[in-house]
Design a protein around this ligand. Structure first.
Ligand SMILES: [Zn+2]
Ligand SMILES: [Zn+2]
Length: 253
């Protein structure tokens, strides 16, 4: 689906939402869960473009539902994987994108996530910082928004006012909400949300949930100004049914 000229939403991809930017070269924002690379390549071919024109695989953060198909897509196209520098884990064998960071994870959580294939290491080629601009559709700005993870980032097409928020904000169809903050400092999440409202945008593209084409700025601003009235755990318990549905949808879109 074309959102605006040059910006596409790939609706057949499973896991997170995936967006394609089409300019002289191509860039993809997030890749969904493992197994999507053929769908993404077919989508690019369907537009009459060559998959080898894909230059950047931009990952909003290191969760498996976003980075799952990055390596396969990289192998198939030769594109470079781009992440925020704070999402990197450096090892002697290279840089990897991974969230949550090992030191933020309890041992039992790491074991469970590993056993269920929820931790995936993706070698990373380019580490970016806040304020950097990638050369797509008049300029794609990197906005560092730590909170959901320490290296989460939003991306803004300044010229057309299209903002990609990854999991910094979730669209639950009837309302926007804050994601689970994996970063330990809650104030950092709130500062990131406030930071977003300092930019001009008219369309908001989420990592999960439908795209907002109308009143996007107003709705995001309303969310940011309405500070949650109860603790995170209370909200998780209250919305437990919604959370389960969310995880089921992730893997069976
Ligand atoms: Zn996600
Ligand atoms: Zn996430």
């Amino acid at each position: 689906m074309e959102i605006i000229p040059g910006v596409y939403f790939l609706d057949k991809v499973r896991g997170s939402n995936v967006y394609l930017l089409v300019d002289k070269c191509l860039a993809i924002i997030d890749t969904g869960i493992p197994g999507n690379h053929t769908r993404i390549i077919n989508f690019i071919r369907g537009l009459g473009r060559n998959p080898e024109e894909l230059i950047h695989i931009i990952l909003t953060h290191g969760h498996i539902d976003h980075i799952g198909s990055a390596v396969e897509l990289q192998r198939a196209t030769g594109a470079k994987i781009v992440v925020h520098k704070d999402e990197l884990v450096s090892t002697p064998s290279g840089n990897y994108v991974l969230a949550p960071h090992p030191e933020e994870m309890h041992g039992w959580a790491e074991r469970i996530m590993n056993r269920h294939g929820m931790l995936k290491f993706s070698p990373t080629d380019i580490a970016v910082e806040d304020g950097q601009i990638l050369p797509y559709l008049g300029g794609l700005s990197i906005i560092h928004t730590p909170g959901h993870t320490r290296g989460s980032m939003c991306l803004l097409l300044e010229k057309s006012g299209v903002l990609f928020v990854g999991d910094t904000i979730i669209n639950n169809k009837d309302r926007l909400s804050r994601p689970i903050p994996f970063h330990t400092d809650k104030n950092i999440s709130e500062q990131s949300l406030l930071k977003i409202t300092g930019y001009n945008f008219t369309i908001c593209c989420f990592g999960h949930g439908p795209i907002l084409k109308q009143d996007a700025y107003k709705k995001v601003n309303n969310l940011v100004r309405s500070y949650p009235d109860s603790s995170l755990w209370r909200r998780i318990v209250r919305n437990f049914g919604l959370l389960i549905k969310f995880f089921i949808r992730l893997w069976h879109k």
